[in-house]
Design a protein around this ligand. Structure first.
Ligand SMILES: Cc1ncc(COP(=O)(O)O)c(C=O)c1O
Length: 401
């Protein structure tokens, strides 16, 4: 007898296959680093968001063990029940300090993941009434899903504005009589690597009494003198900012946080279902993140960031290809636009054959016809590693004729 579920699955998989969109897990046998053991080979990797190379740092591994020893491995409950330990509080105090020059009366909430943090804060804000949300066209999937949920749960009105187009955003804001306006953007775009026009957006938000929600997943730990992220980098201050930073990328551990005026963090605790109904993050992780932030703001962190920016400049000077377009970016994310899904898969495979790992990114993660290699650098890379990548890409390009 035919099984309708399996037939639907088969059909859906065929569809993905025909579009060149089948995804496959790769098993990594080594810790993350510039070289990884994956799929049976040792590969030079340009694929992680571990931008400072902290995910396998000895001091943080020690902190993880120390944290488990001091506080236990699990939090045991959601934060509001009994899962908010001293480790969580110490971390939240430190995280608040990182944004205290940029947001008045700042408080923070430590959350399991960045994906959850975006859902949590966006839906909590939407629960206040009939709000209007303005979202950059290239925002991350977790923002999009947070907005979808806000729309479904609280009838939020949604406007998607063209990428980084402040004028188009302004035109929309002027026409909108809704008093509750929320502008949401990645601060560093995850698949393009460019910055949002943060200073202009802050100005616009203040002019229109809007809140500006900044997702700094790819900025926290890297940008700013102390590595405190995009607000430090642009020397920005505003009561209208709600900031989201992640702790599993440059910070090298896992989790995320929201930083905003105390009243918004209080509201998050009242209304956010992902915070209220989920076991709070492990206290050992909180303790490790605290250690990582100390490292990031230390001399060692400063040197790592300086080296990372030297690597980015080195790549920017040398990455000239005739077939492919490198998107302009001063962040650790460098996108090489290839075009079709099949072509990007082929190039990623050819690099793999040369023992280099760069992931191919296809729609729906990026817009149609802009399939790309997403090249990411980290502080443990050397200039010689970048030379190897450029040589390999040039060789592949010359074979294309
Ligand atoms: C811009 C952006 N926001 C949020 C997230 C989600 O963060 P997390 O990996 O901590 O869930 C990501 C993850 O890739 C991201 O790129």
């Amino acid at each position: 007898m035919s099984n309708p579920w399996l037939e639907a699955l088969d059909q859906a998989n065929h569809h993905l296959q025909n579009q060149g969109l089948i995804r496959q897990l790769k098993l990594r046998l080594s810790p993350n680093g510039p070289f990884v053991d994956m799929n049976g080979s040792r590969l030079l990797s340009f694929s992680s968001n571990d931008y400072l190379g902290l995910s396998n740092h000895s001091a943080l591994k020690q902190a993880m063990a120390e944290g488990a020893d001091m506080y236990g491995t699990g939090s045991g409950a959601s934060a509001l029940i009994s899962g908010h330990s001293t480790a969580h509080q110490l971390l939240e105090d430190k995280l608040a300090q990182t944004q205290s020059q940029h947001i008045p009366n700042v408080a923070t909430c430590f959350i399991n993941t960045g994906f959850m943090a975006n859902m949590a804060m966006i839906t909590a804000l939407a629960s206040l009434g009939n709000i209007s949300i303005y979202s950059d066209a290239l925002n991350h999937a977790s923002i999009i899903d947070g907005i979808r949920m806000a729309k479904a749960q609280a009838q939020a009105q949604v406007f998607v504005y063209p990428h980084n187009d402040v004028e188009a955003l302004q035109a929309l804001l002027i026409l909108d009589s809704c008093p509750y306006k929320l502008i949401i953007t990645d601060s560093v775009f995850s698949m393009d690597g460019d910055f949002a026009p943060i200073q202009q957006l802050v100005k616009l938000a203040e002019q229109h009494q809007a809140l500006l929600y900044l997702d700094d997943a790819h900025g926290f730990g890297i940008f700013g003198k102390n590595g405190y992220g995009c607000l430090e980098h642009f020397n920005t201050y505003s009561p209208n900012i709600i900031y989201m930073g992640t702790l599993g990328k440059a910070v090298g551990v896992s989790g995320a946080f929201i930083a905003a005026q105390n009243c918004w963090i209080e509201w998050l605790i009242q209304k956010s279902r992902p915070v209220i109904y989920s076991t709070s993050p492990s206290p050992a992780i909180a303790h490790t993140v605290l250690k990582s932030i100390a490292l990031i703001q230390s001399e060692e962190g400063f040197k790592k960031r300086a080296h990372l920016f030297d690597l980015i400049a080195y790549w920017n000077q040398r990455s000239n290809f005739t077939h492919w377009h490198v998107l302009p970016s001063s962040s650790a994310i460098q996108a090489l636009i290839i075009g079709t899904n099949n072509a990007v898969m082929e190039i990623s495979k050819s690099l793999n054959n040369l023992n280099i790992w760069v992931p191919a990114i296809r729609p729906p993660t990026v817009p149609e016809h802009t399939a790309r290699l997403r090249i990411t650098f980290n502080a443990d890379h050397s200039f010689a590693h970048i030379d190897l990548l450029i040589e390999a890409l040039s060789k592949i390009e010359s074979n294309l004729g």
